[in-house]
Design a protein around this ligand. Sequence first.
Ligand code: FAD
Ligand code: DHB
Length: 389
Amino acid sequence: MRTQVAIIGAGPSGLLLSQLLNRAGIETVVLERQSRAYVLSRIRAGVLEQGTVDLLTRAGVGGRMAREGQPHSGCYLTHDQQMIRIDFAEACGAKVMVYGQTEVTRDLYEAQDALGSPHIHGVENVVLHDLDGPMPHVTYDHDGQNHRLECEFIAGCDGFHGVSRNSIPETLRREYEKVYPFGWLGVLSETPPLHEELIYANHPRGFALASMRNPMLSRYYIQVPLTDKVEDWSDEAFWAELKARIPADVAQGLVTGPSIEKSIAPLRSFVSEPMRYGALFLCGDAAHIVPPTGAKGLNLAVSDVHYLSKGLIAYYTENDSAGLEGYSTQALARIWQAMRFSWSVTTMMHRFPEHDAYDRQMQRVELTQLATNPVAQRLFAQNYTGLPY
Ligand code: FAD
Ligand code: DHB
């Protein structure tokens, strides 16, 4: 088989890249290890930056998001019992959209089906070949047979555990990593959200987040030690702990119910540079991971796709390779800004085992600044709603 751009991974970055390229008349083949049902069932991100909303709309998948998504013009940070509202609209004139990653992925699959774009699910043993030579290609197993896909470019959109990043010779890669000493236990429940806006809580018992998907679907998280297992947490224990970490007057309105999903995600910051090696371009979690506190993971995957799709479209339609040459540098400049924001919000909002009274005073002062200083509010709002592409 032959195509112009082979895309490894059908997560949000692979699907969106395929959609943008197909609409510009560029052929793609998407290879995905899991089944489509599995990809569609992964509960992950929930907050979309304006730039993400705009790019999804330009890709022709903005219709349901515009009808069913919820625009939010602020969020709350709490410190023990104090509620601090950051008004994004007032601080920087922007908003975010609450619309789940599952819905984004579903919309992209439907749009890709309508274009007849080839996706091969259930592939195994994906190997990338001749990345710096004249005949880049991908081999993989599917339905018990080995296949070869020839191509001009390969987009590594296969997430943190994919094969693409490790196909770049180790001597050419520089990796930066920070592993945090805790995880997030997340619960999805068919209950009305605690509040109309998101609440990020810093509490002596640990961090908590009250988020949502729609008026009858809530998403909550609490910070837990890395040694905890999902089985350690009954629904009752989860609700009690969440309630204890949210200011009491708000927490009394919490509606509880059975969890319909419960999982633990470790927190990590990771960047691998560069994001290009010959014909291979990395996109999204394949090249970088942020701790979820700033809601940046999915949004960064989308800004990578923006730069890469522009570069590929300019190459194919105008024979201009400047965008591809500059891709890694341009994408990484924005990625490092989101790394800083995600790290700083994580540090400000969590209880670290090694933190002492001094570190807790630093958190208190940062939160006080956010409560009182319009400059601090503006910086937070600009980063949270998304820096320009
Ligand atoms: P992925 O979504 O990881 O997609 C990669 C795809 O590649 C997967 O479908 C995978 O099956 C496939 N693949 C992997 N290896 C291979 C292979 N060898 N061959 C073929 N296919 C392969 N972000 C937020 O903003 N907010 C959140 O609350 C949030 N929560 C998260 C919770 C969890 C548990 C995780 C893991 C991530 C979370 N994120 C969150 C991050 C966000 O979901 C990711 O940044 C986003 O999914 C990145 O999209 P992607 O397409 O780059 O990678
Ligand atoms: C959600 C997750 C986040 O990491 C975040 O910062 C905000 C919302 C969510 O899943 O709803």
